[in-house]
Design a protein around this ligand. Structure first.
Ligand code: CA
Length: 229
């Protein structure tokens, strides 16, 4: 049974959601704040998280960022719930790593269709042990990258960066977004550091003549592309 963790401090809303999800065959767990959510996450990993934006201890956005920074929970799908309908907030939520966004008030039917869509999308990328793209093969179980049978020698950071790029191709990511999604953690990293790792990644890919896959988008950031620049 698919398990969903609801993180919401308002009891009536939490209960309404739990009721609707149980009726649709989901197993439900509940947390009333970010701390409670983290305790439950450490205990058992759900299939999806519903996170309210406004929580009493740490905002839902901060909680989502933390989840997406930690290697153990990075690929856990998160849907944010919020009363804010502003476009800027939606962008902030998605930039923070949320997989989708739903504005209160919503109907149980709308919520279920969003949940099912996110679960469908995420099941592909989280279970794929191997990613083949643009002439590169990335093996997630061994952390090995090959091109036409040749090993690509990568440091751990370059590996994580390439893994992120290969699972999010063709989209441009700013240095700040890459910091969030690739580095995570609470370490302080200067944005210039990103450029250093990009150079190292390109150098490693140069050995197999695929450095052009990592493209600089002037004024915006970087992208991994299978199209020729
Ligand atoms: Ca709330």
């Amino acid at each position: 049974m698919r398990q969903i963790l609801i993180v919401e401090d308002e009891k009536p809303i939490r209960e309404m959601i739990a009721f609707a999800l149980k009726r649709s065959g989901f197993e439900v767990r509940e947390a009333e704040n970010s701390h409670g959510a983290r305790v439950q996450l450490a205990d058992r990993r759900p299939d999806l998280l519903l996170v309210d934006w406004m929580l009493p201890d740490m905002s839902g956005l901060e909680l989502t960022r933390l989840i997406k920074r930690e290697a153990a929970t990075r690929d856990l799908p998160v849907i944010m719930l919020t009363a804010r309908a502003a476009e800027g907030d939606k962008v902030a939520g998605l930039d923070g790593g949320a997989d989708d966004y739903i504005t209160k008030p919503f109907s149980p039917r709308e919520l279920l269709s969003r949940i099912n869509a996110v679960l469908r999308r995420s099941s592909g990328s989280t279970t794929d042990e191997q990613v083949d793209l643009g002439g590169l093969t990335l093996d997630r179980s061994s952390h090995r990258v090959t091109a036409a049978g040749l090993d690509v020698a990568l440091g751990p950071t370059e590996y994580r960066m390439l893994e992120f790029f290969m699972t999010h191709p063709e989209r441009v990511y700013s240095r700040e977004q890459l910091l969030d999604r690739v580095w995570g953690g609470n370490v302080y990293v200067e944005e210039r550091t990103i450029d250093v790792h990009i150079r190292r990644l390109r150098k490693a890919l140069e050995a197999v003549h695929l450095d052009h896959r990592v493209q600089t988008v002037r004024g915006s950031g970087y992208r991994f592309s299978t199209r020729e620049a």
